[in-house]
Design a protein around this ligand. Sequence first.
Ligand code: GLC
Length: 557
Amino acid sequence: MTKNLLQNRKWWKEGIIYQIYPRSFKDSTGNGVGDLRGVIEKLDYIKSLGVTMVWLNPIYESPNDDNGYDISDYRAIMKEFGTMADFDELLNGLHKRNIKFVMDVVVNHSSDEHKWFKESRSSRDNKYRDYYHWWPAEKGKPNYRWSFFDEKSEAWKYDEQTDAYYLHYFSQKQPDLNWENPKVRQEVYDIMKFWAEKGVDGFRLDAFQFVSKDTSFPPFPEGYDIDVPSVIKYHGMGPNIHEYLKEMNQEVLSKYDVFAVSEGVGSSLQDAHDLVDEDREELQMAYHFETSDLVSSVDKCTLTELKECLTKWAISFEDKGWISIHLANHDLSRMVNRFGNEKPEFKDYSAKLLNTLILSLKGTPYVYYGDELGMTNNGFKKLEEYRDIAVINGYKSVQSKGGDVESFLKKMNLLSRDNGRTPMQWDASDNSGFSREKPWLPVNKNYKTVNVAYQEEDANSVLHHFRNMVALRKQNLVLIYGRYTLLQKNHKTVYAYTRVLEEEKMLVLLNFSEVKSTFKFSNSLENSELLINNYHKVTILKDSVELQPYQAIIFKL
Ligand code: GLC
């Protein structure tokens, strides 16, 4: 049994990913927008965190309708971000520090300003016509399809030029590529090879569950678009997705020492396994949203729900397949606001607790920039304060349906993506040391104390705790491969689990509460070694541990 757990050791399982939203990390030019040279300036900081991989959100040429997720040239760097020479220097700088690089690959759709789409929309017999999904108007209006960012949530857009509709699951400027066309797939593999030849080590496949489509576009039953999970159920995991992934694996992934992770994994554990189990020879890592989706309204989730969700995935992927672990990313608000506690007296403790959680679960941890400091939501209130198309068009969509725009704004105040995209907080100088000029999105008001320089000086900071936790994970294979077992699942305030690998056994105790909690234990902990603690002390009684609010500890048993 145990032997099994170590059978499939891989560098990408043992790594820790640091996700950088390049627009918000460090501006080297003074235009208020982060860039590649900014990341280069901070390479030693990234190294100092102990992380072993960096994933950058898209850096390709783009009109920026959706901040780089609308690509107009897959082989060029966005001018705002720098040049290809900057990219090469960045990649080299990472590799010199033994840090791998993960490239975001956005190929469910391109920008409408990509040459393929310009050609495609120009005439019905253009050779790029079937690079996208077109529905001739003489066939009548196509069956409804959902769009994430459309003002009316409609994915078909009528285009006068050729009297036809094109499909866009995201914004109107993000037309969906037609994966059923083998030429499109070949183009994608060529793009991936181009970057693999440059030396990138991993690919994050954006919105990948949507690529394969039933191109007859049949009607869906009533009620399929009530919420995001049902949208995914009907639009995701199309008929040929596995065939395409096997092809991608053969053409690209198997030829390099790289891994690929799919954003989204369909609607079930089985869907996720079908994407990543080793014997299927498709992808290497699943990135599911069930945990982050637990907080999709202003009512936060309960600890029981969190435990159940993380446990379900941990157990299902114990022996086969591999998952990602994340509580935040560029599409989510800050983890402290959603899963921790932003009150001043608990903010840092809960940030440390959440970092302890991510770095002690089974799966590859993804740490979102700023979470190593405990950065929090900006708390945007008015529509004008947002930059994100998802909020701006989401507001219009609610308005057009006569919905409650006030409650929409309230929800965005907690959940909007812009909350997680504010500039990195480097120091207490103007604009938090992110830029000499006004940043594209305001810096969080708490930057005078929540910043790298301040936390470097404070031995108790979230930053130092983060580094210690990273080191602990890297030194202990049990935290990477060990079997996970949930303890006392009905405990109202404490999340407790063990990780076991051969003779090694770790106990993780996390008090998700504003009050002290007691955790009873059948064996004495007296001879156990305390490995990490986000308080100075821990009260160990004969058969129990008393935990302070948001206390997080790991014992070696
Ligand atoms: C993914 C990205 C998100 C983007 C969308 C469309 O969900 O993470 O940021 O807006 O795809 O590309």
